[in-house]
Every structure is written in C-alpha cells, then in structure tokens.
Design a binder for this molecule. Structure first.
Ligand SMILES: [Zn+2]
Ligand SMILES: [Zn+2]
Length: 126
C-alpha cells in the first residue's frame, strides 16, 4: 500500500510533503518528488480530469501557502550530500545525493540524485 498523490485540478501534490509534483517525462515511469523523493507513478496523471473549475475551493489556500513555504525551504533545505554527478536533463555536473531504502529491505537501496541546476530528480538502483 502506498500513498497516492493528491489531485487538485490537473496538478498533483506529494502525499508525504505536499510539494507540487512535476509532470512525468516520456522516458520515466515515475515522477520523483524533489523534496522527499517520493515516487509517484506517471499513471496517476492519466486519469486526471481536465476540468476548468473556477470555484475557489478547487485550490484551497492552506495548500497553496504550504507550497510557498516548501519552495522557500527548497533553496536551503537538506537535499543530501553534494556530489559530482551528471544531470541527464541539463548536463550540469553537480547533484545532491541521497540513499533511501524503499519498501522492503530485499529490494536494496535506491540512490536519488537531484540536479542543483534544474532540480531534475532521478534515481539509480543499487
Ligand atoms: Zn514529497
Ligand atoms: Zn539538471
């Protein structure tokens, strides 16, 4: 059982930290939360209803405020160790390194990198 992202209109928010998730790239089956490295399946985007809602409740302000706070924390937040790793998206040579144990122990650790330039996140399985 894993938490699924919260949908607000056509946007998805991380179920763990509330960060706005990027749209999935064609080559990636998952979208990685830049804050907590949560992996949201790209399929979550497929069943999004594209509706135009002008109702103010469609975008609750606490969430919007939270996002603002998260974005600020982003600049000085703890992303892990800074390492020399080439970003597959922009070619920048510095990335933050984080090792996470996903789900069950027998799956091994997963290394997460976050580009310091474009904030692109990707992972490498050990
Ligand atoms: Zn998150
Ligand atoms: Zn990059």
């Amino acid at each position: 059982m894993s938490a699924r992202a919260e949908k607000i209109g056509s946007l998805l928010f991380c179920p763990h930290c509330g960060t706005l998730l990027d749209f999935p790239k064609d080559s990636e089956p998952n979208v990685t939360c830049v804050e907590c490295s949560h992996q949201e399946p790209a399929s979550s985007y497929e069943d999004i209803e594209v509706t135009t809602r002008s109702h103010p409740d469609a975008f609750p302000s606490p969430l919007r405020q939270k996002r603002k706070t998260q974005t600020k924390a982003h600049e000085s937040g703890d992303k892990g160790a800074l390492v020399d790793e080439k970003c597959p998206t922009c070619g920048n040579l510095k990335a933050y390194f984080k090792e996470l144990q996903l789900r069950s122990a027998d799956e091994g650790a997963t290394i997460f990198y976050t580009c310091t330039a474009c904030q692109h996140g990707w992972r490498v399985n050990n």
